[in-house]
Ligand binder design. Structure first.
Ligand SMILES: Cc1cc2nc3c(=O)[nH]c(=O)nc-3n(C[C@H](O)[C@H](O)[C@H](O)COP(=O)(O)OP(=O)(O)OC[C@H]3O[C@@H](n4cnc5c(N)ncnc54)[C@H](O)[C@@H]3O)c2cc1C
Length: 471
């Protein structure tokens, strides 16, 4: 029993922080481990299987649907598996790096810079929260704002090694079986634990610019967004890589927290008259970006945004400040949920993550505004302009409001699905959305069930996530 003593510890007060993630949903568990190698992961899983103990996998715990929150059983926390294992520069010029799953995105960034500073490459999967781990990102298929240009995060994962429920290792290589690999990414840990991931790095753009346009009238902002969505913004050597929306409530929420957020403190205050902002990034050569930026300025001015009050910054270091402002939207929302929980501990994060393929942005925003006007629940709306992928954050303050907010999310999801949209985007289902969105993600459910049968028929891995257990 040496292994058990060393690797598996009983839960106690010192492990309280592992019962909750950024969804603020709280769970419970009997034991926890912090494996430092694939071999240790396999040992633990073998032991758990023998005893039929369910296992909850944890990366950085930045997930916002309660996927990494335990419901009894064992917590397998991967934070100590955080090393770079290998890398390869192919004759074709492509660069791959193999990492352990628990490496946080901020450390990956540093390692890539250290190893390939000269080659000027990066991993373009950026769900903005840099303490998220590569394993967690792969398990949720998280993407973030720049997914507009860079596309699905899974395409930047070339290989994975996965420990199944009984501790057996399976390997998937995009070159040999892309379909199988693709099906396991975004599966929210239902089939097993990613123990190593090979990431494809891509060339950094020559330069990057960030522009924030402010609007006094939401209708004008919405029309600008439709016009923006209506055409491709690219020329020979430059393109629009990101287009994001932040509403008045979001801006106010950030302003209130600004002094506590070092990265955005230096930015000017946003005038209270503004009803919202659009944040855009351009990538490419300076000359070509200039052409695109001039067209964008003109379009924004036509829709009532004064180019003289726009924020425009160039170069990665400067643009980071604008990205930090966008990231502060999500951070401030989560802090607000945390504050509301002090009075009503049942409260969790509640936000939309629906993909409305068919609806114009202006119509979608109008729909949400009409819906929000009928409730007293406070809200903040921000997110991706493309495909109406907005995150409407609801901030209930009482248990009654919380129930109402869950009902609202469900009704909107039904609406979205009835228009051939998707009820689940980049955040996953986890435990929280399983209840709220039950029956509204049949394709994902079928795939999860199929792979569960194959890799974890006893439902030991992330047992309460995404699926109801078959009796
Ligand atoms: C302020 C803030 C901003 C955010 N912005 C974005 C955004 O823009 N876009 C976006 O998509 N998300 C965003 N997120 C959500 C979150 O960062 C992502 O979901 C991220 O992928 C979670 O990674 P993690 O390491 O924290 O995973 P965790 O929260 O620990 O786990 C998430 C899920 O992955 C599973 N898992 C973790 N590691 C493994 C592994 N090695 N093998 C198998 N399964 C595993 C867990 O069991 C769980 O189901 C944001 C979160 C915060 C707090």
């Amino acid at each position: 029993m040496k292994m058990e003593k060393n690797l598996i510890e009983s839960m106690g007060e010192k492990y309280e922080e592992f019962l909750i993630d950024e969804s603020k949903y709280r769970g419970y568990a009997d034991s926890i481990s912090f494996p430092e190698s694939e071999e240790q992961v396999c040992q633990i899983l073998r032991q758990m299987k023998e005893r039929k103990i369910p296992v909850t996998i944890q990366g950085g715990k930045t997930g916002i649907v309660g996927g990494a929150v335990p419901h009894g059983g064992h917590i397998l926390n991967l934070s100590r598996m955080n090393r770079v294992l290998d890398w390869e520069k192919c004759s074709t010029g492509e660069i791959y790096i193999t990492v352990e799953p628990g490496i946080p995105l901020m450390d990956l960034k540093k390692e890539v810079l250290r190893l390939f500073g000269k080659e000027k490459v990066f991993w373009p999967v950026q769900p903005t929260e840099e303490s998220a781990t590569v394993g967690g990102v792969a398990a949720t298929s998280a993407q973030g704002p720049n997914g507009y240009w860079y596309g699905k995060s899974s395409q930047y994962i070339a290989k994975v090694r996965m420990a199944c429920a009984g501790g057996e290792i399976v390997e998937f290589d995009r070159e040999k079986d892309a379909q199988k690999l693709e099906s396991l990414l975004g599966l929210e840990g239902l089939a097993g634990v990613f123990t190593a991931l090979t990431l494809r790095l891509v060339k950094k753009p020559e330069d990057v610019w960030g522009i924030c346009f402010f609007f006094e009238k939401e209708e004008e902002l919405a029309d600008f967004s439709d016009a923006l969505n209506g055409r491709k913004w690219e020329n020979q050597e430059a393109h629009l890589s990101l287009k994001e929306y932040l509403d008045r409530d979001t801006i106010k929420m950030i302003q209130r927290r600004k002094q506590d957020m070092a990265k955005i403190r230096e930015l000017p205050d946003v005038d209270e008259d503004f009803d919202g902002m659009i944040y855009l990034e351009l990538e490419g050569s300076s000359d070509c970006m200039e052409e695109l930026a001039a067209d964008l300025m003109e379009l924004a001015a036509e829709h009532g945004s004064d180019p003289d009050v726009a924020w425009a910054l160039s170069g990665e270091a400067e643009v980071e400040k604008l990205r930090a402002f966008r990231h502060a939207a999500a951070e401030s929302a989560n802090l607000r949920v945390e504050a509301n929980r002090k009075e009503t501990p049942e409260i969790t994060k509640l936000s939309t993550d629906f993909i409305w393929e068919g609806r114009e942005f202006s119509k979608l925003l109008k729909f949400y505004r009409q819906e929000l006007a009928q409730t007293s629940i406070e809200s903040a709306v921000f997110g991706h302009l493309e495909s109406g992928h907005l995150h409407v954050n609801l901030f209930p303050q009482t248990e009654q409001e919380y129930q109402k907010a869950c009902e609202l999310l469900r009704t909107w999801a039904q609406n979205c699905v009835s228009e051939r949209g998707k009820a689940v985007g980049e955040h996953g289902v986890g435990k929280l959305k399983k209840t709220i969105l039950r029956g509204l993600y049949p394709e994902r459910e079928n795939l999860c069930r199929e792979l569960k049968r194959l890799y974890d028929p006893e439902f030991l891995m992330n047992r309460e996530d995404v699926l109801d257990r078959e009796e």
